[in-house]
Structures are given as C-alpha cells and as structure tokens.
Design a protein around this ligand. Structure first.
Ligand code: PEP
Ligand code: MN
Length: 354
C-alpha cells in the first residue's frame, strides 16, 4: 500500500502517518518527490487495510501497490532513482559508460585497458577478480590480488570501479577495494548473496539471469532493497533463447519494460549478450536507444591475448568510436523528449496508476 500525501503536507503530518503505520508493525519507505511525498508500507497489508489513513490530515489518497515488488516499483518512487558513486551519476537522465576487461589479469594490461577506456569517455572501470567460468580449468581470476590491482588502477586514473562478488565470502573483500558490487547473471537468484550485498552500503549492479524474466529480476532487486540498500541498478545482459548466432539474445524490450514499472537505473551489457566483438556496438546502440541509463562494455588493450572473453572484447579505439555514437544517440533523445527514456516511462506509468 502507498499513502500519497497532499502537496503542502507538513513534516509533522508525514511523521504522524509513518508512526501509525509502524505502530501496526509494518515498515515504511519514504519517497520525497518534487511535488509530493509518498509513504510506502512494507509488510502484511491485511494488518493496516482497516486503518482509515485517508481520513488523516494531509493524506490525499491511499492506493494498493499491485506488483509484488514494492520498494523497486515506480509506485513507491515515481522519479528515476540516481545512484552516485565517486562523483559519477547513474540514472535520472545521465548516460553512464562503464568499461574495462572481463578479468583483471596483471597490472600492466589492466592499466593499458583502463587508460584506453578513460580516454574514450568511460567513467567507471570494470574488472572481474572472481570469475564465474563454465569450465573449472579456465582462468578463474586473481582474487584479492586482482581487487588490489583494480583499486590501484581506478584510483590512479580517478575512476570508480565495479567488480563481481560470487559468494558471501567475497562481499567483505570486494567491499574493501571496489566502489560497486556486481551480482552476476548466474547468481541473480542467490537470495543469501542478495541479502548480503543489501546489508552493505555499496552500490550494487544486479545482472539479469540468463533464464530469468524481467519480473524475477525486479523481485531479486527487492531482496537487496529490503535490506536497506537503495543504491541498486539493474543490468540486461541477454537471455537464453533458441537463437545460436549470438551467445545470448539481448532482450532490448526488457529495458523499457523494467523502466516503466521500476525507478531503478538500467544498464545494458552488449558484450555478454553478443559474445562477438563485431556485434557489440550494434547492441549497445540499441540498448541506449531503448532508454538504458548506461552501458557496461568489455574492452581489452589486446583482445587476442585476453585470458577471458577476448572474442567479445572491443579494443580501446573501437570503444572510443562506440562511446561517441552512444553519446550522440543519448543527445538526440534528450533533445527530442527533454529527458531520456526513464523519466518518460515514469510519466506514462504515473498516468496509468493515478
Ligand atoms: C561479467 O560481467 O563479467 C559476467 C560474467 O557477466 P554475466 O554475469 O552477465 O555472465
Ligand atoms: Mn566477461
């Protein structure tokens, strides 16, 4: 249930409503928008459905939230949420470029890739240290040593970093060195891991599982949000279909679908979807055109020598060309519509609900 306060509702009236909800044993989630404040009620709604909140001063209306995800829903938070990390804004109309190698391999190659992506305009440096490989005989990542290298390189170049955590034990280690924690596709429904990253105060990027629906992605995000971590972004990285000409099938439609029903930023990963460098740019352009708030692209200074996913890595020069195209697409959308995809989706969604 959400309680929508009147435009001029004073803090004391908002407080009164919150106290009444919490006295009934439910938790509240406050969303202060530009025009009005919305109080989201989290817990067993049957307990409070009998309380006449609509009769309380400055309450405009009381509405049920029909979706099973609550904190992630647009109803709870009509404006796009913005995740801020090291001076970089993700969501709310910005276009954020994240790039770097699949895995941290050694200091020298990481620095070469990182310098290349930074020059091309990437704001966030990616690099895996705990790699989820299909084969146990493949390069598994450098572990903590890799995280140290990632952190040093990020600091040297002034770039916040993102890295994957695969198990509960990785969380405190990655928290120490990285700026954004990534939960990979294979762990999207590892609920214990979701809760654990939810208990940190680091931004989290949750990747969609290759066999999961967009709805399940939002339910998984809810686990992180429910632990009190509101800095969550989602990532569309392709799903398994009958098509074999790409590694996965990028579900472009999931981008506007998710943005219509959620305020969370959506990042598109064209690299793991394509599985082939020659297809990466086309998918990235499609993702940004569909309203993604950013991209995460695998870039390697020397793809032919990469220890992981070299076949899908762009060179820094290729990434520079792509970055310019993405900024141009994003610019056209902003010029035409005022704000890119997300905020427009919010307007439509708000109209549909209220
Ligand atoms: C990755 O980003 O390094 C990765 C392994 O991606 P995914 O979890 O989407 O397969
Ligand atoms: Mn990879």
């Amino acid at each position: 249930m959400i309680i929508v306060m009147e435009e001029n509702a004073p803090d004391s009236a908002i407080e009164r409503v919150i106290r009444r909800v919490e006295a009934a044993g439910l938790r509240t989630h406050l969303s202060k928008g530009i025009e009005r404040t919305i109080i989201g009620c989290i817990g067993d709604e049957r307990i409070i459905s009998q309380i006449p909140f609509a009769a309380m001063p400055f309450v405009e209306k009381v509405l049920p939230v029909l979706s099973p995800f609550k904190i992630a829903s647009r109803a709870f938070h009509p404006d796009d949420s913005v995740v801020e990390v090291g001076g970089v804004r993700i969501g709310g109309g910005a276009l954020t470029l994240m790039a770097g190698p699949c895995a941290v391999e050694d200091a020298e190659s990481l620095l070469a890739s990182a310098k290349g992506v930074r020059e091309a305009g990437a704001q966030i440096l990616r690099g895996g240290a705990f790699k989820p490989r299909t084969s146990p005989y493949d390069f598994q990542g450098l572990g903590e040593e890799g995280l140290k290298l990632l952190s040093e390189t990020g600091k040297a170049l002034g770039m916040p970093t993102i890295t994957e955590v695969r198990t509960l034990a990785h969380v405190p280690v990655a928290e120490k060195y990285a700026d954004i924690l990534q939960v990979g596709a294979r762990n999207m429904q590892n609920f214990d891991l979701l809760r654990e990253v939810g208990r940190t105060r680091k931004p989290v990027m949750l990747k969609r599982g290759m066999a999961n629906t967009a709805h399940e992605l939002l339910m998984a995000a809810e686990y992180i949000l429910a632990e009190g971590n509101s800095a969550v972004m989602l990532c569309e990285r392709g799903i398994r279909t009958f098509e074999t000409s790409t590694r996965f099938t990028l579900d472009v439609s999931a981008i506007p679908v998710v943005k219509q029903s959620s305020h969370l930023p959506v990042i598109v990963d064209p690299s793991h979807a394509a599985g082939k460098a020659s297809l990466v740019s086309a998918l990235a352009r499609a993702g940004v055109a569909a309203g993604a708030d950013g991209v995460i692209v695998e870039v390697h200074a020397s793809p032919e020598n990469a220890l992981c996913d070299g076949q899908q890595a762009l060179t820094p020069a290729e990434f520079a060309g792509l970055a310019a195209e993405l900024k141009a697409i994003h610019g056209i959308l902003r010029e035409k519509h005022g704000t890119p995809g997300g905020a427009r989706a919010a307007e439509r969604s708000a109209e549909a609900r209220w």
